[in-house]
Design a protein around this ligand. Structure first.
Ligand SMILES: Cc1cc2nc3c(=O)[nH]c(=O)nc-3n(C[C@H](O)[C@H](O)[C@H](O)COP(=O)(O)OP(=O)(O)OC[C@H]3O[C@@H](n4cnc5c(N)ncnc54)[C@H](O)[C@@H]3O)c2cc1C
Length: 452
């Protein structure tokens, strides 16, 4: 028994040794969003000297808390799902208690009355199909149409032409199922209207969530501010392991200084020497920094388009929604979240308007007023006190547009230079999981390619 345990320990230590580089590389990570933090944590785990730069004074990028005169609010309401395996793994690595920080519930796409698609649990595909069968407002024909389509997608391995849109994919689906399920799911997952959205990305999300492992379509809604979810714990984890975090420091320039003969550092970032660089900043910034180093990569990255999300924080005294997240019938918002059920004050809601580019012409005040009117109309009765608008946060570059046929740039920009970010080529749309995966992939690529 002891000999067996020794052998296991030796194998483990040999494997760990194989992961450790003979010489630690000096790696610059440009950007401390979720992609940059993921790259930095993985880089440290692989034994490298990591320096992280971020323009902002605090980490987290698009998924962080913002300070306002009336208190702290998240930059935007975020949800995760059980399929976000790499994100959950990263949170655990930096010491986050998943049970404390995330409210986990089986998938529920319900309206303000609590009616709609509701799973009791997600152990296997049968649970999903049973919930679809029991949908309270779909005709038998509508349910049969969804069954037929689901079986077809399964048989095709959830693959289709990269040029097909979600609308095209579902053109023979019951209009009722399309309006009640596909359109809201598409806009929630891809933040792109179904008539433009990539069907292959949508099918990949369906495959990994609804048709994935047990619990993969569970909703995980943060009970804490976004900064407390990853950016702050990751910052403490990195600092305690010797990484340098230069927040409040914009990277103006990167230069390739390798002459092909000496073995010194290959890169200068704001004039400081590094062996490798991971660009984990926004796509436009990555394109700017690489214009003269890798023009083709920069051009492809510069073509990425963005879609907006607006989040209204609204106070509705004494209100408790039928579920922590409910779907709305009209517009501008598609979903409302009840923070009273998520550890926040009773009656505090967020209303989320995805694919919000359509509202660009409205001022924040006008958009906020429309969302308050929507809350009154859809969530409150005539006798309830009127809702109060606290603020509207708009991010005009919330996510990249997941349009059919889009070609995303690869992780490797050129030798010794890598990119991480939710826009980098990968299976997922513009999400935390895409960001985290890309960060890990970039750090592993540095380790694999650049360790000498
Ligand atoms: C309102 C809103 C709602 C969302 N909802 C969800 C959701 O429900 N679920 C989900 O999974 N995803 C959601 N997303 C998307 C998710 O937030 C992003 O996919 C993710 O945060 C992207 O992370 P990133 O690290 O790739 O990029 P970013 O977060 O943009 O990070 C880039 C970082 O680089 C820094 N930077 C830029 N230029 C430089 C420079 N020159 N030098 C140094 N630093 C620089 C920036 O300051 C920033 O911190 C939402 C996004 C928004 C805005």
């Amino acid at each position: 028994m002891d000999r067996h345990a020794d052998a296991v320990a030796r194998t483990l230590s040999a494997l760990q040794g194989a992961q450790r580089p003979q010489k630690a590389l000096r790696v610059a990570v440009v950007g401390a969003g979720w992609a940059g933090l993921s790259a930095a944590v993985t880089g440290v785990e692989l034994g490298h000297d990591i320096t992280v730069f971020d323009t902002a004074a605090s980490p987290g990028g698009r998924a962080r808390v913002v300070e306002r005169p009336d208190g702290r609010v998240d930059n935007g309401q975020h949800i995760l799902i059980g399929a976000y395996q790499e994100t959950l793994d990263l949170l655990s690595t930096v010491g986050v208690d998943l049970g404390e920080t995330l409210m986990r519930q089986p998938l529920a796409l319900v309206n303000a009355q609590g009616m709609g698609l509701k799973l009791k649990q997600h152990r296997h595909l049968g649970d999903v199909l049973w919930a679809l069968l029991r949908h309270p407002s779909w005709s038998i024909r509508a349910r049969a149409s969804l069954w037929f389509h689901s079986v077809r997608w399964l048989r095709q391995g959830f693959q289709c032409s990269p040029h097909t849109t979600v609308q095209g994919l579902c053109r023979h689906l019951s209009p009722q199922v399309y309006a009640d399920l596909i359109e809201p799911l598409c806009v929630a997952a891809l933040n792109t209207p179904a008539d433009a959205a990539s069907a292959s990305i949508f099918l990949r999300v369906l495959r990994d969530s609804v048709f994935g492992l047990p619990g993969s379509c569970d909703l995980l809604i943060p009970r804490v501010h976004l900064s407390a979810l990853l950016p702050d714990p990751a910052t403490s984890w990195l600092t305690s392991r010797g990484a340098q975090l230069l927040y409040g420091t914009r990277v103006h320039s990167i230069e390739n200084v390798q002459d092909g003969q000496t073995t010194g550092p290959a890169w200068r970032v704001n004039g400081h020497p590094f062996d490798s660089v991971i660009l984990a900043c926004s796509a436009p910034e990555a394109a700017r920094l690489t214009t003269s180093i890798a023009p083709q990569w920069a051009q492809q990255t510069g073509l990425i388009e963005f879609e907006a999300i607006a989040t209204a924080w609204v106070q509705c005294e004494g209100l408790r929604l039928a579920s922590p997240m409910v779907m709305l019938r009209s517009g501008p918002a598609q979903f409302a979240f009840d923070h009273g059920q998520l550890g926040g004050p009773q009656g505090q809601l967020t209303l989320v308007a995805s694919a919000a580019k359509a509202h660009d012409a409205l001022s924040s005040q006008e958009l906020g007023a429309q969302m308050v009117a929507q809350a009154s109309r859809e969530l409150l009765s005539d006798t309830d006190p009127p809702p109060r608008l606290r603020c509207v946060l708009r991010d005009r570059r919330a996510t990249w547009v997941a349009s059919a046929g889009l070609q995303r740039p690869p992780t490797q920009v050129t030798s010794g230079l890598y990119a991480a970010g939710d826009y980098v080529d990968g299976p997922y749309p513009s999400t935390l999981e895409a960001a985290v995966r890309s960060g890990r992939a970039a750090a592993r690529a540095v380790h694999r390619n650049d360790t000498r």
